[in-house]
Design a protein around this ligand. Sequence first.
Ligand code: CO
Length: 267
Amino acid sequence: EQAGSCRNGTGRHKSQDDPLCLREESLSDASALSKLQGMTTLTHLFDSNRAWARDIEQRTPGFFTRLQKQQTPDYLWIGCSDSRVPANEICGVLPGEMFVHRNVANVVVHTDLNCLSVMEFAIDSLKVKHIMVVGHYGCSGVHAAMNDVRIGLADNWLRHVKDVRNQHREWLQSLPDGSVRHDALCELNVLVQCNHVCETTVVHDAWARGQDVVVHGWVYGLNNGLIKDLKMSVSSSQQVQSAFDQALSELKQRYASQVQTQSGIAP
Ligand code: CO
């Protein structure tokens, strides 16, 4: 009975090397024909879904019926659509604990009704206490923006990231070309988008009426699965500019010392 091999509801599986272990197991004794049929109806996903639901229900009886009545998440995650950056799994939280909005390169545009609606609902109705803008290293959206790579429609969306690049062009060009500069733009983009969250009417209004909402800027490492706090945590309108300036200055210092270390100037 391998279908129940998920240890918990956060998607962690017994076989760390093979996150799709359930698929392998569930198909192992199936005929070639039913495998083929499975590929068109995605039966493996339904199999692993049933296993997942059963596993959660076994560990926490009544989980779904309780959750059905109400969601009370404390967090709104605004992250990249990248399949390697799943919000709940990264933070190890269950359904019901995190409200999520994702788009290419975790961009927050002042006029994006999709993102704004999510934010308003999260703040006004769900009363989330924290909003985190989460970028990630190795972001192909950021890479395309950095290097003027044409993708398609997304070029227009990524124009916003290019604006960030252009605004800080001089500093970025002072960094070594390649991964260092890419990482720097990933982080810069988070700070700018975090700033955009803070400047929305939704967040301003929440702060004005005394609602506790903290906006955070984080970046995630695909290489190690760890989140880094970019130290831009804002909880009032008055803090926005200084928090941004402070976080930006720390970011630049961090890269300056990294570059010095790499070039052998410092230990
Ligand atoms: Co990305």
